[in-house]
Design a protein around this ligand. Structure first.
Ligand code: GLN
Length: 242
């Protein structure tokens, strides 16, 4: 079965190994017996995002975010249609901020977001930097997520968005409320770079599983040998907890 992974803005939004998420999705999809195809889509390129199974966007600094915010003005309709059609979305850091209502930059400029997440972000100081461990129950089981954060933005969630998880180590959305990331419908936003998915294989499989459910596919995701991934995950937890 073919799986289409759309990589939005690979040339603008790619920090701290975010592209590793695409590689992890691709590799795990193949190991699960699926046939992944990655479609890069950059600023100004039209694409019907409903034909994607998974949409991924990495992080970017304020300058890149400005370019993306302009492109989002034209892309709102297709992104909204894709989300209504339950396409799975994973957005990291700068992209996560722009899926919300707005991001106010360090220079005070307000960049409009897509508003597909009930969230908003204001730049603040100091930057929130370091290793992160999060407890998440996204797939119904208590799990941990590990990653690396580096953001000035403080993100707050409205009632329509749920946090991706609870911060066990690190700062998370704003360093104050103990929340990390956001989940709303099929959208997942998070501050975790790292890359995220290679060190948190359960989340990669969750996204692939969501894609299969949407297609009504009978294909089952079996267990893979995650010895290396689990050892990277445990090492990251030890490092974050110092
Ligand atoms: N520019 C944003 C911030 O600092 C996003 C940074 C990022 O994507 N790492 O909050």
């Amino acid at each position: 079965m073919d799986i289409t992974i759309c990589h939005l803005y690979p040339d603008f939004m790619n920090l701290y190994g975010d592209r590793g998420n695409i590689i992890a999705l691709q590799r795990r999809a193949s190991w699960h017996g699926l046939h992944p195809r990655v479609v890069p889509i950059s600023v100004g390129e039209e694409y019907d995002l409903r034909s994607c199974d998974i949409i991924f966007m990495g992080g970017g600094q304020d300058r890149e975010q400005r370019a993306i915010a302009r492109d989002f003005d034209d892309r709102y309709r297709v992104m909204n249609e894709a989300v209504q059609d339950r396409v799975a979305v994973l957005a990291i850091c700068g992209a996560y901020q722009l899926l919300g209502r707005y991001y106010r930059t360090a220079a005070g400029e307000k960049l409009n977001g897509l508003g597909l997440l009930d969230s908003w972000t204001d730049a603040g100081a100091p930057r929130l930097v370091g290793n992160v461990v999060v407890e998440s129950r996204l797939d119904g089981t208590r799990r941990t997520l590990v990653g690396f954060e580096n953001h000035g933005g403080r993100t707050y969630l409205g009632p329509a968005a749920a946090p991706l998880g609870r911060v066990l180590a690190g700062h998370g959305n704003n360093g104050v409320d103990g929340q990390e990331g956001a989940v709303q419908g099929t959208i997942i936003g998070t501050y975790l770079h790292g890359a995220l998915l290679p060190k948190n294989p359960w989340l990669a499989d969750y996204l692939l599983g969501q894609a299969l459910i949407r297609r009504g596919a009978r294909h089952q995701l079996g267990a893979l040998d995650d010895t290396l991934e689990v050892s990277a995950h445990q090492a990251a937890i030890r490092r974050a907890r110092g």
